[in-house]
Design a protein around this ligand. Structure first.
Ligand code: GRF
Length: 204
C-alpha cells in the first residue's frame, strides 16, 4: 500500500494529551504522520511546552491581536501553508473555525469529541452524558464542517458509563480511548482508505 507520511498541523487550547498521543504514535512508527507545527490560541496552554520538548515548532497566536476572525485565520493559514501541512488536527481547540477557513482546507480538518456523536455535542459532553443517564458514551473522530461537532464521522469507540461515575471519572475513561482512536483515524487517511460521500465516511 502506498502510504504517504502526512504532515500535521495541530491546533490546541489546553492540556494537549491527544496531541501527545498522536506524536507518540508517530514516534513508534504506528502512524505515518508527523506533527510539524502546533498552534495555540492561549499562551499558557501546557500543550505548547509539551510540543517544544519534542522539538516541534510551537506557536502562540493571540486572536486578540487581530481585529477580525478572518485576519486571525488568515495568519493560521499562512503558518500552516509555510509548514506545508496536509491535515489540520484539532486537539482540544476551543474555537469554531469559519466557513472560509474550512473551505480553504476542505475535508482536511479533523476533530475528536468525547461523546458518541450526534449525542452530546458542544461543551461538557461527559457531564451531559452523566446528566442524561446514558449507559454508554464514548468518543468520535470526525471531519470538521461548519456546524458544532456535526461533520462526517470517521471512527467512534464506545465506553461504558458506570453507576458511580461522575463527569470526571467518565472523562478519564473516555480520554484513554481517545488517545488510541485519534491516530488510527489519521492513519486511515494516510493509507488513502477514507472517502466522503455526502455525510458518510466510507472506509476501504
Ligand atoms: C479532549 O477530551 C477532546 O476530546 C476534546 O477536548 C479534550 C482535549 O484534551 N475535544 P487534550 O488537550 O487533548 O488533553
Amino acid at each position: 500500500m502506498n502510504t504517504k507520511t502526512l504532515r500535521l498541523g495541530v491546533l490546541v487550547s489546553g492540556r494537549g494529551s491527544n496531541m501527545e498521543a498522536i506524536i507518540k504514535a508517530g514516534e513508534e512508527g504506528k502512524l505515518n504522520a508527523k506533527v510539524v507545527v502546533v498552534i495555540s490560541d492561549r499562551s499558557e496552554a501546557p500543550a505548547l511546552k509539551k510540543a517544544e520538548r519534542k522539538n516541534i515548532k510551537s506557536l502562540y497566536v493571540n486572536p486578540k491581536q487581530f481585529s477580525t476572525k478572518a485576519e486571525y485565520e488568515e495568519e493560521l493559514i499562512k503558518i500552516f501553508s509555510s509548514f506545508e501541512v496536509d491535515l489540520i488536527i484539532l486537539a482540544g481547540f476551543m474555537r469554531l473555525l469559519s466557513p472560509r477557513f474550512l473551505s480553504y482546507y476542505k475535508n482536511k480538518v479533523l476533530n475528536i469529541h468525547p461523546s458518541l456523536l450526534p449525542s452530546f455535542p458542544g461543551l461538557e459532553p461527559q457531564k451531559q452524558a452523566i446528566d442524561y443517564g446514558v449507559k454508554v458514551s464514548g468518543c468520535t473522530v470526525h471531519f470538521v464542517d461548519e456546524g458544532m461537532d456535526t461533520g462526517p464521522i470517521i471512527l467512534q469507540r464506545a465506553v461504558p458509563v458506570l453507576e458511580d461515575d461522575d463527569a470526571e471519572s467518565l472523562a478519564e475513561r473516555i480520554l484513554k480511548e481517545e488517545h488510541d482512536l485519534y491516530w488510527r483515524a489519521i492513519q486511515l487517511i494516510a493509507e488513502g482508505r477514507v472517502t466522503i460521500e455526502g455525510r458518510k465516511v466510507i472506509l476501504k
